[in-house]
Write a protein that binds this ligand. Structure first.
Ligand code: GDP
Length: 198
């Protein structure tokens, strides 16, 4: 059993001072709204509703922490790119996320989720540019791969991999589908490796 099947909701943070202090390893999940981030977290933890906590009214702009074991957390970052969000909310999001990604000591790696039909949008690149200089690991999931043929999905995987590998170090990418479970074992292995890395 994967160690994150035990995950449970721990706390929400709206701004930096709300971030929990008792953490030693955090793995963050980021992605555009509707990219499939909640489904990824639910699939990986094998819990139908865990990440929907992050979609409840009042929590969509929060950083949500799911505890796995003492000191170890999966961290669901607010979805971005939703058109109807006021400018003040976007500014808040930018400063909290940028600061969290660039300075959070406990943060070990970033799982960046993109809809395979719309990869590498402007805000995805922004996340990569904020986080990549830390030298920490980034793993991209091209999710909803079931929406494309196997060949189309593999073509997109190759293209994205080429762009990422020429621009960012320490960045890997794979196909994923919460619907068909494609790529779940690979993604779990990557994240488990980060959690266990001393
Ligand atoms: P979030 O806003 O990034 O958390 O996205 P959700 O996980 O809520 O997913 C957004 C929509 O995409 C929902 O209607 C999901 O059912 C659908 N979805 C998510 N993952 C997949 C997938 O792997 N395959 C397919 N076909 N649909 C998916």
């Amino acid at each position: 059993m994967s160690q994150f099947h035990r995950a449970f909701f721990f706390t929400s943070a709206y701004e930096e001072r709300d971030l929990p202090s008792s953490t030693s390893i955090e793995i963050a999940f980021a992605g555009r709204s509707n990219a499939g981030k909640s489904s990824v977290i639910n699939t990986l933890t094998n819990q139908n509703r865990l990440a929907f906590v992050s979609k409840t009214p009042g929590r969509t702009q929060h950083i949500n922490f799911f505890q796995i074991s003492a000191g170890k957390f999966l961290v669901d970052l607010p979805g971005y790119g939703y058109a109807k969000v006021p400018a003040s909310v976007i500014r808040h999001w930018q400063s909290v996320l940028e600061n969290y990604l660039q300075t959070r000591q406990a943060l070990k790696g970033l799982v960046l989720i993109m809809d395979i039909r719309h990869p590498l949008k402007e805000l995805d690149i922004k996340m990569l540019n904020w986080f990549s200089p830390t030298g920490k690991a980034i793993h991209v999931l091209l999710t909803k791969a079931d929406k494309l043929s196997k060949q189309q999905a593999n073509n997109t995987l190759r293209e994205v991999d080429m762009i990422l590998s020429t621009t960012y170090s320490n960045c890997s990418v794979q196909l994923f589908s919460s619907q068909s479970s494609l790529g779940v074992d690979t993604a779990s292995a990557v994240i488990n490796g980060w959690l266990d890395d001393k």
